[in-house]
Design a protein around this ligand. Structure first.
Ligand code: BES
Ligand code: MN
Ligand code: MN
Length: 454
């Protein structure tokens, strides 16, 4: 198997580059054709390596690529999930090379989607090719690769509900997360949920001269800032009434166990060039980014932001706000609590409009299941070290639905690093990590099939 990978290394990378060159930005309608072309390219790459019943399934949004290889209905089935869409690359001027013109520098592939998730998703297609070519595929496999993960997976949610029989499997395997370091492998066992909201604050019915009206009329930007400030107290605790009601408080024992995972606060601060961290009082940095919920403004705008100075009180101000959720918070409930509170704290001098965007539920996956053990053993084989289970702060909304709709646990066996800068300029993915993934995945199949039969 490793000989096959070694012989075809260069080609694997070249094929990934082809995929990275297509700007599949799901958030921006201008890239519609590119997103659709990427779905087709993924389908072709599956067909080429021997997957069967390859389909580009249309949805109300972007297509879902489905493919399978059923070798024996009595054998277990691994369902691979990934996404071929990417985040917008902006701000463009901060990229050192073009986002859709992949290059290798210092052992890393630089491109939008290199790690999240084209690079990681493609490892699965190449691992499948390797198993096919070396006659070592030990079980059935189904692929489901979507194009709307970065915009909330709404249509995939519908697809999953509609195709339960087609998606019947024994485990879901996903590489769309990371490891602690190349020398410290880990497996993600938790993802946060998400509630994403846009707010609009309206003051006067038109932009006003800030001299003639300033001081007498509510400035929606000032008001919005006041309102945002009221969302947290001085301990960085979220002030929305009821926000923490369903949050699971973990025992001291579990927290002590978590604190054993290697983490250097100094290295963390240095990597981000910050003098200090900032967050909810009473919790460590690791806890703040995994077991605790958060609230963050993701964007804020209004008024004059062009060259020079324009003296104006704007009519409107806007912000996009996200809340990351933990078990057992529910995104719909949190969105409602936010809406009620935000509306309540608005002074009578303005009107507010709250528009919910996508949401997603938090998940925790078991670290004692045979699927976890299969992944842990696979990583131990290829990294030479037992992986550590860790809960991540990110979200993959469909994972909770895999559990609720298909009753399947997911194994989050990702290979990215924090330094890969996903969603940021200069996203990268280690060449080491790309090959390590291709090498590790077949061991998962093998271990899972073996444990399943026991
Ligand atoms: N792959 C990421 C999520 C991720 C990355 C989880 C690293 C854990 C470790 C995924 O593509 C993503 O970016 N998800 C979005 C949610 C979505 C609804 C926009 C997120 O977490 O912001
Ligand atoms: Mn992703
Ligand atoms: Mn992402």
């Amino acid at each position: 198997m490793n000989t096959f990978i070694n012989t075809h290394k260069e080609r694997f990378l070249e094929e990934l580059f082809e995929l990275l060159r297509i700007p599949s930005i799901s958030a921006d309608p201008q890239y519609k054709d590119a997103v659709i072309n990427t779905a087709q390219a993924v389908a072709d790459s599956l067909k080429k390596v021997g997957a069967e019943n390859v389909e580009v399934c249309s949805t109300a949004g972007y297509p879902i690529v489905y493919a399978e290889k059923i070798i024996d209905p009595k054998k277990p089935t691994v369902l691979v999930y990934g996404h071929y869409d990417v985040q917008p690359p902006d701000p463009l001027d901060l990229w050192e090379s073009k986002p859709f013109d992949p290059v290798i520098k210092n052992g890393k592939i630089f491109a939008r989607g290199a790690c999240d998730d084209k690079g990681q998703m493609f490892m699965h297609i190449k691992a499948f090719e390797t198993m096919m070519q070396t006659n070592s595929l030990p079980c059935n496999v189904k692929f489901m690769i979507e194009g709307e993960e970065e915009v909330g997976s709404t249509n995939l949610g519908i697809f999953v509900k509609q195709h339960k029989a087609k998606l019947k499997a024994d485990v879901i395997l996903i590489s769309d997360t990371g490891i602690i370091a190349n020398e410290i492998p880990s497996i993600t066992v938790g993802l946060r949920g998400l509630s994403y909201i846009e707010v609009e604050v309206t003051g006067p019915n038109r932009d006003l001269h800030s001299g003639l009206y300033g001081g007498a009329v509510a400035n929606p930007i000032n008001i919005l800032c006041d309102m945002i400030a009221k969302l947290k107290d001085s301990n960085n605790h979220i002030s929305i009434p009821g926000f923490y009601d369903d949050v699971e408080e973990l025992s001291d024992l579990i927290r002590k166990e978590m604190a054993k995972a290697p983490f250097s606060l100094e290295a963390y601060k240095e990597a981000l060039n910050i003098a200090d961290v900032h967050g909810e009082k009473g919790y460590s940095t690791i806890e703040r980014t995994s077991i605790r919920p958060t609230l963050d403004v993701n964007g804020i705008w209004g008024g004059y932001t062009g060259e020079g100075a324009k003296t104006v009180i704007p009519s409107k101000a806007f912000a996009k706000i996200s809340m990351r959720l933990v078990p057992f918070q529910r995104s719909e409930k949190i969105t409602q609590l936010f809406t009620d509170y935000f509306t309540k704290i608005a002074p009578p001098s303005v009107r507010v409009k709250v528009t919910p965007h996508h949401g997603g539920e938090p998940v925790v996956t078991p670290s004692t299941s045979i699927s976890y053990l299969a992944a842990a053993k696979a990583m131990e084989t290829t990294f030479g070290k037992k992986p550590i289970p860790v809960r991540s702060g990110g979200s993959i909304p469909i994972v909770a639905m895999f559990k609720s709709e298909l009753e399947l646990d997911s194994v989050l066996m990702g290979f990215g690093l924090d330094s890969d800068a996903i969603h940021s300029p200069n996203e990268s993915y280690g060449v080491f990590n790309f090959y390590k993934g291709i090498e590790t995945i077949p061991y998962f199949y093998h271990n899972f099939t073996e444990l399943y039969n026991k």
